[in-house]
Design a protein around this ligand. Structure first.
Ligand SMILES: C[S@@+](CC[C@H](N)C(=O)[O-])C[C@H]1O[C@@H](n2cnc3c(N)ncnc32)[C@H](O)[C@@H]1O
Length: 338
């Protein structure tokens, strides 16, 4: 029997729970933060639970951490001492390793210390036990979730936790003159799916306006054909590597086999989007990579996703489906043309 904390995007935890129920027999759940963070009791051991989660990674599970230790919060300085003792007593797990400390505080927690204050104290303990406190590219993570009256502490690798960001909340720096926030979705997809956009040559971006995704692909040196009846941002519209088709995607004709990357962020009815994607399929080269968002329009996201995947699988192999942190009422598919 092992205990875990799971996290999904706001209001999507019921779907993450539904998926986990399907992959682990006999799991039970209780809520920690409404619609978002939950406690999971797995009848399996740690490694078996992780294996189950990784084999069929739930679309809506953004982050998972084991609960290795708990500390009852007293609401005074003693909590920090207890936390330090817990980390010190597990020191053999961190010695010589790049170790990050991730702290999340639930709304209304009795834990009085801020995340940065807590991190500073734990980092000092880590240095004392011969670990290397880091922020980026950790080998191991100490994840601390401060709930109402309990600190849940878990140790694991970024792979175990499905993310190297606290709670899977990936943050990117907003740039001066950034065309749209949507750019973050494509950046996060690149990390989540282990892609390197600069390795592609020609991209087709359908539903491209105002042009966040197109601007990212242009920055990476790709030639981009952007399709959208709406206006592209003036800062990219004259880019020499851009072809802008200011039209509905159903009206365009493209040369067969010309694109090795297809991206589509139409926020449109999932079924119409799938049909449109299949109509454009001939324009993609064999084994072309596709990144597509699916808008979750009604109350049955799992069914919508299944239907879209079944349709797209006539032409594509599904590599991964994930609700990314930057996805709102949608998920992102990573596919490869067969
Ligand atoms: C969420 S926005 C895309 C944002 C874009 N990824 C970015 O980074 O700026 C959705 C876009 O899809 C476009 N769209 C919807 N249906 C379309 C269609 N049938 N053909 C082409 N574009 C379409 C809309 O005009 C809208 O600009």
């Amino acid at each position: 029997m092992t205990e875990w904390i799971g996290t999904a995007n706001q209001s999507y935890s019921p779907y993450a729970i539904e998926e986990l129920r399907r992959i682990i027999d006999g799991v039970t759940f209780s809520q920690l933060a409404a619609g978002e963070v939950f406690l999971m009791n797995s009848p399996l051991e740690r490694e078996e639970t992780l294996q189950a989660v990784h084999q069929r990674e739930p679309i809506f599970l953004r982050h998972i951490q084991a609960v290795d230790r708990t500390v009852e919060i007293t609401g005074d300085a003693e909590d920090m001492e207890q936390l330090s003792t817990v980390v010190r007593s597990a020191s053999q797990q961190f010695a010589g390793k790049r170790t990050a400390v991730h702290i999340r505080r639930a709304h209304g927690t009795a834990f009085i210390h801020s995340a940065s204050e807590t991190k500073a104290v734990i980092d000092a303990v880590l240095a004392e036990v011969g670990a290397e406190p880091v922020v980026q590219q950790p080998e191991t993570i100490i994840a601390i979730y401060a709930a109402a009256s309990t600190l849940y502490i878990g140790f694991g690798s970024p792979q175990d936790m499905l993310s190297d960001w606290p709670g899977g909340a990936v943050r990117f720096q907003r740039e001066e003159g950034q065309v749209s926030r949507a750019k973050f979705k494509l950046l996060e997809a690149e990390r989540a799916f282990g892609l390197h956009y600069e390795q592609f040559r020609r991209a087709l971006d359908v539903g491209a306006a105002p042009g966040g995704w197109t601007s990212l692909l242009l920055e990476r040196g790709l030639r981009v054909t952007a399709v959208d009846p709406a206006e592209l941002h003036p800062s990219i519209v004259d880019h020499p590597a851009l072809t802008y088709l200011k039209r509905n995607a159903s009206e365009i004709k493209l040369k067969p086999g010309s694109f090795d990357l297809f991206v589509c962020d139409m926020s449109w009815s999932p079924m119409l989007m799938s049909r449109l994607v299949l109509d454009l399929e001939a324009a993609l080269a064999e084994e072309a990579t596709a990144i597509i968002t699916i808008k979750l329009m009604h109350r049955k996201p799992m069914q919508t996703i299944r239907e879209v995947i079944v349709k797209l699988e006539s032409v594509f192999e599904l590599k991964k489906a994930k609700q990314l942190f930057h996805n709102r009422e949608e998920i992102t598919l990573y596919l490869q043309k067969k």
